[in-house]
Design a protein around this ligand. Sequence first.
Ligand code: PLP
Length: 400
Amino acid sequence: MTAAAPAVTLPFPRRPKYGDSEITAVTELLRSGSLSEIGCGPASRGLEDAFRELIGTTYGLSFNSGTASLHAALHAVESATGASLNAGVAMSPMTWISAITAAFHAGSFPVFADMAPGSPNLDPAAAEATGCSAILATHAWGIPARMDEFARFQSAVIEDCSHAHGALYQGRPVGSWGIAGCFSLQESKAVSAGEGGVLTTSDRGIYEAAMTVGHHPIRLAAELTDPGLLPLAAAAASYKYRIPALSAVIATEQLRTLPERMKASQENLAHLTDLISAHDLPLQPVPLPDGSVRGWYGMPFTLLEPVTAPDDLAVACKRAGLPVRPLYRDWMSTPLLQQPALIDRYWPHMRARWNPPDARDFPNYQHFRNQTLVLKIPDVAAPRYIEQVAAALTITSKPF
Ligand SMILES: *Cc1c(COP(=O)(O)O)cnc(C)c1O
């Protein structure tokens, strides 16, 4: 090698994760002397209202994690619609592990279906073919799943919007298409509460049933109308999933800056995409469905040359200083899903019932795993940085 290979030398451009308005909101709350809202106090109400407005649903319901909101949504589907989860919950393996284990929490289990070719998301036809009455559709890396295709099925569809705050599919917010939308507010997500979650729905039955999973009897007494659920208001029997008020006010402030952060991310991505095509680099952005606005959790690019040595590629990316967000590991091969003794210990309802999945049954998933590079895109204007990234991406022209 003669000249030094181009590398990213600038630091990743970022704004402070929490700005003055978050600090002010937290300080005011501390001064108020009240950090726990056992009913629906102003902090949780503020967050829920902000989500209702953003997503355009009738209800927003806060939780202390995205996982808790998924558990509550799955429970609510069974409790409020009468759909049975006995045949499992259809989902893509390309998601976070707790979106998978949430099916176990809800007394059911995951049934994996393959991804749609050329997409980071669950294939609607493959999901339907599982015969499950409930489908969990993740908008992976902020690319909206094709919700109109899911809507044609009988099955209840729950959207996992944890990568897709503010995203639109066919002009309509994700989280408003399915019977429920679930948003993680964990710190790596585009809207952070530190830890937290929100469920969105326009279905009163889903809202009430989800509330019984983890909210305080005082809130249940104030809001439940379903006579079948009202006894729970006397002493809720379920879990404790309330969001801390501090987390709620932080996430509410984060929502205010979401549009400008999305805009800057979009401009950086457009710049990077232009440079990739100008230099004819062998990778292309995973396409957005028409009429979509994407959310942000890194950006997946498809590598056009076959990758046979993914570990070498990862090393080369690191050496080049590229802002790579690693793919999720293959959860299907994780001991938690492979070892019957672990399954039995954590989810006794699965005793002698669980068939460990085999990743070889999911060719589109395998292809995506091998051929995808997820890059973090700055959410502040960063033209110089993007130019360095594009230059360093020339490494992808070598075979790996
Ligand atoms: C982060 C995440 C979750 C879980 O959210 P927590 O708030 O960490 O419980 C679920 N699904 C996806 C796709 C996620 O990225």
